[in-house]
Write a protein that binds this ligand. Structure first.
Ligand code: NI
Length: 169
């Protein structure tokens, strides 16, 4: 396993659409393990493959609380197949948008299908933090960041801060 470097905005890779995974190979399983390790190391509650420079439709998520048994979802080709009309507001952050947070409104409940690391198909209904997180990570597969959901003014403030951080790094 390895900790992978995480790309930060405005890296152009983060704006690209990721490709469907055709076959779950050992290479894909190794990538999933590396992504989980990278997410825990960061630390974060979710990570999408484009954030580590791999344009494949793969995400990992662990929204368990401290004191709970950790559980990492490993999702290949995740897809939202249903979303509630009811919306929820959560303050979101992103490992690719370091040190910035903003409230984003999304459907409160979603049904998601995905393939696991053994090639098995799953369908889950997610609510609460898991619903927000899975939508945020699937967004990454379509080149969308949480800051694309907020006002232009708020986004430009965050982008200016990121550019400054990159210059001084
Ligand atoms: Ni993110």
């Amino acid at each position: 396993m390895a900790i992978l470097p995480i790309l930060t905005a405005p890296d152009p890779v983060l704006k690209k659409k990721a490709e469907h995974v055709e076959e779950v190979t050992d290479e894909i399983r190794a990538l999933l393990d590396d992504m989980v390790e990278t997410m825990y190391d960061a630390p974060g509650i979710g990570l999408a493959a484009p954030q580590v420079g791999v344009l494949k439709r793969i995400i990992v998520i662990d929204v368990t609380q401290e004191g709970e048994e950790p559980f990492a979802y490993k999702m290949i080709n995740p897809e939202v197949i249903w979303e509630s009309e009811e919306l929820s507001l959560y303050e979101e952050g992103c490992l690719s948008v370091p040190e910035s947070f903003s409230e984003v409104e999304r459907p409160s409940v979603v049904k998601v299908t995905y393939t696991d690391e053994h090639g098995l198909a799953h369908e889950i209904e997610a609510d609460g933090l898991l619903a927000t997180c899975v939508q945020h990570e699937i967004d990454h597969l379509n080149g969308t960041l949480f800051i694309d959901h907020i006002s232009r003014i708020k986004r430009s403030i965050i982008m200016r801060k990121l550019n400054k951080m990159k210059k001084s790094a």
